[in-house]
Structure formats: structure tokens, C-alpha cells
Design a protein around this ligand. Structure first.
Ligand SMILES: C[C@H](O)CC(=O)C(=O)O
Length: 258
């Protein structure tokens, strides 16, 4: 199984994509494309926990070198552990704006002594067969990313990144710009300044910086990589499909109209 934290510790850049469709076939396909991870989005989709578990199975079937991740609904102690139990090797938690929220997230994901995750027989520990190994491995291997997507979070970034156990930041460009009153204006100087502040704080706290380039634009993603982001997200399944279909239909229609 791909160990994302190990890859990041080795100074590698990891690149993945997101799955919002809830389709196991799409999840398996994405995993077989060579991504380091596929992140199932349960915040902005109709995908629930049993589906997520099946999507994780599909991701691993697609490639054992692709790690299953989840973008959680939020910091809910009783729910977070169920997604990790289902097999998430990384979590992205939306809308973290305070140190207390980051602490709660870490305590929900990690077993004692670093957190308060309960021990249960589940898919992550092979239904109890690997319980002891997983108890140790999970604390080491499960990547914990806080999503920084509100200007309040940018203002509290030093406190948030001082929380032990936070491995990475993941910028949500749409929500961050929305919180600043400049929704989706990705060249706006205020957004660029906020991004700089986040990147500088990551460098100061030795936390990996990540970002989502939502449209399937490899040039844009490579620019972020050159700036120092090492946890990259290339688009999402529904957006890639929409992008390809609308472009194809437009091209066909323009020829057919001639
Ligand atoms: C596609 C994701 O929802 C990205 C995100 O969270 C954002 O705010 O941007």
C-alpha cells in the first residue's frame, strides 16, 4: 500500500485526484491511471460511509500503489474514526479555522497516546487479524491534512500549524476566495497574498503545502509544484468528464453546423 507520509518525508511530490461520483468503476479506473492517491469527497457529494468503503476497495483493486483518501464532512469525532476504520490512508478535513479544530481532528484520527481513536475490528486492521500492527502503523501512516479555505484560517495559520500531528495543508481555492468576497478570482492580489501567507507558514512549520487545481489543467498544477506545493490534487472525476464532454460536443457542433 502506498505510504503517502513516507513519500512526503522522502521529499517526493504526491499527485492525486478526487472522486465525487461515488462510482467504484471510476474510482478503480482513476487508481489504475498512476495517481498516488484518490480522495473520496464525502463533503460535497451524496457518497456515504458504506459507499466510501466500497470505493476504497475499488481504489486498491485499481492499484495497490494508490492510497485511498477521504475528504471528510468536518471534524466529527464519532464519524472521523469510521472513515479511517474503513481504510482511509489519508484524511483532508474541510474548513479548519482554529487550533482547537485541528487538535480535535488529530485526536479523532490517531490512536492513544497521540489521540483518542477507539480500537475496533474493521477493514483497516484486516477485521482484527492485523489489529496490533495497524494500531502502531496507523499513527505513523495516515496523512492528516487540514483544509485551509477561509480567511479566518489564514489569520490563525501559525496556531493551526503548531498542532502536533498535522502533516499537511490543503488549500481550497473556491471556499477561500468565497470567504474573501472574491469567489473564484484566482488572479486576485488578495487571494495570491493569502496563498503566499499559507505557503510561508508551511515552510516555517515544516508542514507540507497542498492545493487543489480543480479544472483539469496540468500547467497550472505544475506552476503550484514549482512554487513549493508537494501535495497536489489534479481535478476530480465529475469535472474531468464535464470538461471532456462539453469540449467534444462544442467541437462536433461547430463542424456539424458548417
Ligand atoms: C473541489 C473542492 O471542493 C475544492 C475546494 O474545497 C475549494 O474550496 O476550492
Amino acid at each position: 500500500m502506498r505510504n503517502l507520509k513516507q513519500a512526503l518525508a522522502n521529499n517526493d511530490t504526491i499527485v492525486g485526484t478526487w472522486c465525487n461520483s461515488g462510482s467504484p468503476i471510476i474510482a478503480e479506473l482513476l487508481a489504475s491511471c498512476g495517481f498516488d492517491y484518490v480522495c473520496v469527497d464525502v463533503e460535497h457529494s451524496a457518497v456515504d460511509l458504506p459507499q466510501t468503503q466500497q470505493l476504497f476497495q475499488a481504489i486498491t483493486a485499481g492499484s495497490p500503489n494508490c492510497a485511498p483518501m477521504v475528504r471528510l464532512h468536518g471534524v466529527d469525532y464519532s464519524l472521523v474514526k469510521r472513515y479511517v476504520d474503513a481504510g482511509a490512508r489519508g484524511v483532508v478535513c474541510p474548513l479548519i479555522t482554529t487550533k482547537a479544530e485541528a487538535e480535535l481532528l488529530v485526536s479523532a484520527v490517531k490512536y492513544p497516546p497521540h489521540g483518542k481513536r477507539g480500537v475496533g475490528f474493521c477493514r483497516a486492521n484486516r477485521f482484527g487479524l492485523r489489529l496490533a500492527e495497524e494500531f502502531v502503523a496507523a499513527n505513523e501512516e495516515v496523512l492528516i491534512a487540514v483544509q485551509i479555505e477561509h480567511i479566518d484560517a489564514v489569520n490563525n495559520i501559525d496556531e493551526i500549524l503548531s498542532v502536533p500531528g498535522v502533516d499537511a495543508v490543503f488549500i481550497g481555492p473556491y471556499d477561500l476566495t468565497a470567504s474573501m468576497g472574491i469567489t473564484a478570482q484566482f488572479e486576485h492580489p488578495d487571494y495570491l497574498e493569502a496563498r503566499d501567507r499559507i505557503l510561508q507558514a508551511c515552510q516555517k512549520h515544516k508542514i507540507v503545502a497542498g492545493i487543489h487545481v480543480v479544472q483539469p489543467n496540468t500547467e497550472e498544477l505544475l506552476k503550484r509544484s514549482a512554487e513549493g506545493y508537494r501535495f497536489l490534487a489534479y481535478s476530480l472525476d465529475i469535472t474531468m468528464l464535464m470538461h471532456t464532454c462539453t469540449a467534444g460536443v462544442a467541437q462536433l457542433r461547430s463542424f456539424l453546423a458548417k
